[in-house]
Design a protein around this ligand. Structure first.
Ligand SMILES: NC(=O)c1ccc[n+]([C@@H]2O[C@H](COP(=O)([O-])OP(=O)(O)OC[C@H]3O[C@@H](n4cnc5c(N)ncnc54)[C@H](OP(=O)(O)O)[C@@H]3O)[C@@H](O)[C@H]2O)c1
Length: 368
């Protein structure tokens, strides 16, 4: 671990031994919102605010980040609700989306690309002690941490809202559907079901940035929002003829071949109806799988960001596309979505309650 610039190492250099030990003990714990149980009801009973959570230490491949803001995702609730993805013994800090400042860097090559004081953002991982971002400090694998020049003009809350949504959307479009990150056939359209949600709004922006034409499905109150993000066509999922409207946007020479569903098995089925009859059509989904079968079959590829940062195809994909995504921010092709800001670590509980009740076109972010 590189401690250059670390305030604690400066204290080590210039202080008496007894003061050093007192200071070290003081910084060994931190405040965090932790999982204390699973499957309790109401779902918030699985969380508690604690002051004595062990402060994580970065491994060679990791960065230690002082967290400035953390977004709340549906998966944070699901982990507690279903007791899934709990890889460490309870209690451990919850949360996986963050923006913060690098406090220490590991000795490995990927970590050494960063310096103490760098502003970073992104997604850390699910269910492991030390990775939880509803905490004063968290570790992140350096090879998936995001850093870009455009970040200087963005707030901590905006940056914290990026990680899970954008990386899941990138997996859905450029990995699961296999769409090139630069569109090779002008006019190719992508149907995005749930375009006003966090994943869907990033999918809309990413597809547009890559040169695709976006057909966005959301409620009418969010039409203007998704158009601002780059959608060419908007369709209200509440309309009884939504599928017919979408199919009419394709043509015999250029039918809709690609769809990304971000809501449920029911939305996967509706996507299948939209793609039915098109040769080589493909669907990806980050929530649920289709139950409907058509001829010719529409294959559906599931997306699971939660396998990152464990080694595997999803981790390799995120490592490969990270620099391009950061360049798209710097080129102004990507902008942060709408956020609802709360303040103070204690208000994570309020934020979890808001996400549990359902959000529309906004990401809940807690600024510490
Ligand atoms: N597999 C993975 O790796 C992965 C990663 C991230 C998220 N997810 C999952 O993906 C889902 C979406 O996550 P998120 O963070 O994007 O959620 P979110 O931002 O909370 O989604 C809220 C949005 O869902 C939209 N919506 C609700 N019902 C809809 C319907 N029937 N059709 C179209 N849109 C509908 C709402 O749109 P309107 O307000 O316009 O009605 C709202 O804007 C969640 O279930 C989450 O757990 C999976």
């Amino acid at each position: 671990m590189n401690l250059r610039g670390d305030p604690q190492s400066q204290i080590l250099a210039g202080s008496s031994q007894s003061f050093v030990w007192a200071r070290a003990a003081e910084t060994r714990t931190m405040k965090a919102v932790v999982y204390v149980s699973s499957k309790a009801t109401p779902v918030l009973a699985n969380f508690a605010v604690k002051d004595d959570v062990p402060k994580p230490q970065p491994a060679d491949t990791q960065l230690l980040v002082k967290v400035e803001a953390a977004a709340i995702n549906p998966v944070d609730l699901l982990i507690g609700q279903l007791g899934i993805f709990m890889a460490s013994p309870l209690p451990f800090a919850a949360g996986c989306d963050f923006c913060g400042t690098v406090e220490a860097v590991g000795a490995g090559d990927a970590a050494q690309q960063f310096a103490v004081g760098d502003r970073v953002f992104g997604y850390t991982g699910l269910g492991k002690a030390g990775f939880g971002t509803f905490a004063e400090y968290a570790v992140v694998e350096a090879s998936v941490a995001l850093k870009c020049n455009a970040a200087t003009a963005m707030s901590s809350a905006q940056l914290a809202s990026v990680g899970v949504g954008m990386l899941t959307a990138a997996l859905g479009l450029f990995h699961a559907l296999g769409l090139p990150m630069q569109c090779k056939a002008p006019g190719t359209s992508v149907l995005i079901w749930g375009a006003s949600g966090s994943v869907g709004s990033w999918a809309t922006q990413l597809a547009r940035a890559a040169g695709y034409s976006v057909i966005a499905v959301c409620s009418a109150r969010n039409f203007d929002y998704v158009k601002q993000l780059g959608a060419q066509h908007v369709v209200d999922y509440g309309a009884p003829d939504a599928v017919a409207q979408i199919r009419a946007l394709g043509s015999s020479s250029q039918p809709i071949r690609y769809a990304f569903s971000t809501i449920s098995s029911a939305s996967c089925d509706l996507c299948v109806e939209c793609l039915a009859g098109t040769a080589d059509a493909k669907l990806s989904s980050c929530q649920g799988a289709p139950t409907k079968t058509v001829e010719p079959a529409v294959p559906c590829e599931s997306v699971f960001l939660g396998s990152v940062p464990n080694p595997g195809p999803n981790m390799s994909f995120v490592e490969q596309v990270r620099d391009t995504l950061c360049e798209w921010f710097d080129e102004g092709k990507l902008i942060p979505g709408r956020v609802r800001e709360l303040h103070g670590l204690d208000s994570v509980m309020e934020g979890l309650q808001m996400v549990s009740a359902g959000m529309s076109g906004e990401k809940v972010v807690v600024v510490f």
